[in-house]
Design a protein around this ligand. Structure first.
Ligand code: SAM
Length: 321
C-alpha cells in the first residue's frame, strides 16, 4: 500500500528483464493483454515507455503485477525509475572479458539490471554482508536468470582489492545502506529493514546521518583501491546532502582519490538529459553539481534518489547549469 500521498503520483514502474526478452516483445505482450500505449495516469489499462531508461515501462499506479506470469518468471522486475539510474550510468562492459562489482547487492534489483546491461556476459561479483538479505539476493538472481553473477556473502570492506579475480574489476556499483529518506512508496525491495528515518528528532537524525556518511565515505574510498577500477557509481535513496553531495566532496578530497586521480564524470556521461542535478550548496566546488543527479520525491514521479559517478584519470570540464 502507498505509505505517502506522493506515491499515488508515481507510476508503477516495470523494468523489462532483457536477459529473457526484449522491450519490444514486452510491449507487444501487454498490448495483447489489453493495455494501450497512452499516458499511464489516463486509465488503469494505459502504459508507456520511459524516456530516459529504454527498458522501463510505466503503468498506472493501480496496476498490479504480483500475479502476472511475467513477474513470477522474472521477465519483468518492479523497480522504481530512479533505482534504474545507477546501472545505466555505470554502463558496464557487455563483452565476455568484462569484470564488474556490485559492492552492496541485496535484494538485487541493480545487480540484475547490471547483468542485463552486460548481456549476461563477463563476470559480475555481487557482494552482500547480511545473511538473510543474501538469501533474497540469491533467489532474485535465479529468478532473473543472471548467469554471469557470482554472489558472495561477505563484507565489501573485508575484500582485499588485490585479490586477483576482484582486482580485474573495471566498474564498481556502490549503493550502500542509507537513511532511505527519499522513499515515498512501499517498494519494500528497496528498503533495508530498520534503516528508515521515520520518527527521529533533529539531533538524533543529524547524528545518524553523520554515522551513515562516515560509513558511505569508507565504502567509496575502499572501492577506489581496486587497481583496475575506472568507474565507480555511488548512489543513495536519501534526500540529505550529508549522505550525498557532502560524501562525494569528501571522497574527492580523499587520499585514495588523489592517488588514483579519481574525478567526477562530466554531465555528458551522467544522464545528461535528466533535468535535476546536485545541490550546489552541498558542494565545496559548486560547478560539480552538474555532474550529479538527484530525483525529487515531490516533483519527479520517482522516489528521492542521488547518483554520482567517479572516473579515473580523465580531465573534466564542468558545464555550468
Ligand atoms: N543495490 C540494492 C538493490 O538495488 O537491490 C540495494 C542495496 S541496499 C540500499 C544496501 C545493501 O548493502 C544492504 O543489503 C546491506 O545489507 C548491504 N551492505 C551494507 N554494508 C555492506 C558491506 N560493507 N558489504 C556488503 N554489503 C553491505
Amino acid at each position: 500500500c502507498p505509505s505517502d500521498e506522493r506515491a499515488v503520483r508515481i507510476p508503477r514502474y516495470v523494468r523489462v528483464n532483457t536477459l529473457l526478452w526484449t522491450t519490444r516483445e514486452a510491449i507487444r505482450y501487454y498490448t495483447e493483454k489489453g493495455f494501450q500505449i497512452s499516458d499511464p495516469f489516463s486509465t488503469n489499462k494505459a502504459f508507456a515507455q520511459d524516456e530516459h531508461i529504454p527498458d522501463l515501462l510505466l503503468f498506472n499506479p493501480r496496476a498490479q503485477f504480483h500475479n502476472d506470469i511475467c513477474y513470477k518468471t522474472g521477465k519483468i522486475i518492479l523497480q522504481d525509475k530512479a533505482s534504474c539510474f545507477p546501472a545505466t550510468v555505470l554502463a558496464p562492459p557487455s563483452d565476455e572479458h568484462g569484470v564488474v562489482i556490485d559492492a552492496t547487492a541485496a535484494p538485487g534489483n541493480k545487480t540484475s539490471h547490471l547483468s542485463a546491461l552486460m548481456g549476461g556476459k563477463g563476470k559480475l561479483y555481487a557482494f552482500e554482508r547480511d545473511k538473510r538479505r543474501f538469501s533474497t539476493l540469491k533467489t532474485m538472481l535465479v529468478k532473473a536468470t543472471c548467469k554471469n553473477v557470482e554472489a558472495v556473502n561477505v563484507d565489501f570492506l573485508s575484500i582485499d582489492p588485490l585479490t586477483p579475480k576482484y582486482a580485474k574489476a573495471t566498474h564498481i556499483l556502490l549503493d550502500p545502506s542509507c537513511s532511505g529518506s527519499g522513499i515515498v512508496n512501499r517498494l519494500d525491495h528497496l528498503l533495508e529493514t530498520g534503516k528508515l528515518l521515520l520518527t527521529f528528532q533533529n539531533e538524533e537524525q543529524e547524528e545518524r546521518l553523520n554515522k551513515l556518511a562516515t560509513f558511505q565515505l569508507m565504502m567509496i574510498k575502499h572501492a577506489m583501491k581496486f587497481p583496475s577500477a575506472q568507474k565507480i557509481v555511488y548512489s543513495t535513496c536519501s534526500i540529505h546532502a550529508t549522505e550525498n553531495e557532502r560524501v562525494v566532496c569528501e571522497a574527492l578530497k580523499s587520499e585514495e582519490a588523489q592517488k588514483e586521480n579519481f574525478k567526477l564524470a562530466p554531465r555528458k556521461d551522467v544522464l545528461p538529459q535528466w533535468h535535476r542535478r546536485g545541490l550546489r550548496e552541498g558542494l565545496d566546488s559548486p560547478e560539480h553539481a552538474s555532474s550529479l543527479v538527484r530525483c525529487s520525491p515531490d516533483s519527479d514521479a520517482t522516489n528521492g534518489f542521488f547518483v554520482s559517478c567517479f572516473v579515473k584519470g580523465t580531465q573534466v570540464t564542468h558545464s555550468v547549469d
